[in-house]
Design a protein around this ligand. Sequence first.
Ligand SMILES: Cc1cc2nc3c(=O)[nH]c(=O)nc-3n(C[C@H](O)[C@H](O)[C@H](O)COP(=O)(O)OP(=O)(O)OC[C@H]3O[C@@H](n4cnc5c(N)ncnc54)[C@H](O)[C@@H]3O)c2cc1C
Length: 415
Amino acid sequence: MTSRIVILGGGTGGTLTANRLRRLYPPEDAAITVVDQDDRHVYQPGLLFVPFGLTHSEDIVRPRERQLHDGIEFIESAIDRVDIVANEVHLANNVTLGYDVLVVATGARLVPEETEGLLGPGWMNNVFTFYTPEGAGALGAALATFDHGRLVVNVVDMPIKCPVAPLEFCFLADWYFTERGIRDRVQITYATPLDGAFTKPIAAAKLGGMFEERGIEIVTEFNTGEVDPGGRLVAYDGREVPFDLAVVIPLHGGATYVGRSPGLGDELDFVPTDDHTLQSKAAPNIFVIGDAANVPTSKAGSVTHFEGDTLVGNVRRFLAGEPLEPGFDGHTNCFIETGFHKALLIDFNYDTEPQPGHYPTKVGLPLLKESRVNHLGKLLFESVYWHALLPGRDLPGLTSTMPVSGKELPDIQED
Ligand SMILES: Cc1cc2nc3c(=O)[nH]c(=O)nc-3n(C[C@H](O)[C@H](O)[C@H](O)COP(=O)(O)OP(=O)(O)OC[C@H]3O[C@@H](n4cnc5c(N)ncnc54)[C@H](O)[C@@H]3O)c2cc1C
């Protein structure tokens, strides 16, 4: 019998899952369908570089269907809702898809409308986001004419995609204004809801120190309640941060159809998911990959990639009636661009916070240390994304679980 596997979302997670499953199953064993609301696959890490003129929005977008292997059906339609009892997906184009296994890969959605004033007269005027291609392009034009004043980068609340991207934006802004010879005329402030630059203490101390060295001010535990286009961010506790140009990372939620699908999601429309097997808590035949899951690690493409291994294995085990494997350890790996052609690399999982050392082994890339080789790694990653990660290839030497060899951690056993 041919199993029907429906994958919701044709971004990072949906594409790599479909391609891995297609390689695993011959067409007579599994019919694989991917649904997405549009045909524009954005390489999202590239959005960071757009405002600084280092790339262009159109250069980081490719058609979705072209990233899918032969024998995968692609349907371009919004998803209306999932009926987890009838095992059916209802699409906005009135098509209904029955499934034996459903993979939710619809990522995270920006919800700027949830913050008072954010979409007011300042939006795309003196208030921007670089989290969309349109926003990143418009911000680029605004930065090009910004020659003095207060630049504020603000994360409204967690969770967000790529929690290091706003920090990278600050570092690149420092570099950009230095290159233009006007750094002394621009004040850069980072306003974050966290109590430090990052969630994990060792990395937070390192990144906080780098902010200090560069004269980037950090305002912590700042929960933005209002964006006043007159030039003020106002926190719920009454504190204010003035700005001339604000770069805001809006609140994130899961896809809206999740909220219209009884039993599928939580109050933020993310999908409750087992941290290690990636099976949803909604139904045993629903699995979740990437930003759509509520697992306690970063919402990042690297995480999505590392999850792929476990998820595809467990879809196969589920269809074969075998017990699932709790294979995903929360592995996260992020290059942090720090300006001046350097970057830092962090690597961690659910149990181990970022540590110094090297990745993936003792002779690899330096961890928690700025270097040119990490910057080159970050740039090279775009090609790896299109040509290895999305096609679902294993990356030579890189394991899905976090490697301990190379990390300077006294109580960790070498692997
Ligand atoms: C500015 C920025 C920088 C980043 N930098 C990095 C980085 O350096 N390293 C890193 O690892 N990660 C980075 N990320 C995060 C990374 O891009 C995401 O974590 C990753 O793409 C998640 O994959 P996903 O499949 O879960 O979601 P996505 O790739 O976002 O795919 C979700 C898909 O679901 C579709 N969809 C949603 N709702 C519906 C609906 N109702 N109907 C039909 N289709 C729907 C969307 O159209 C989309 O194609 C960055 C993200 C941003 C925004």
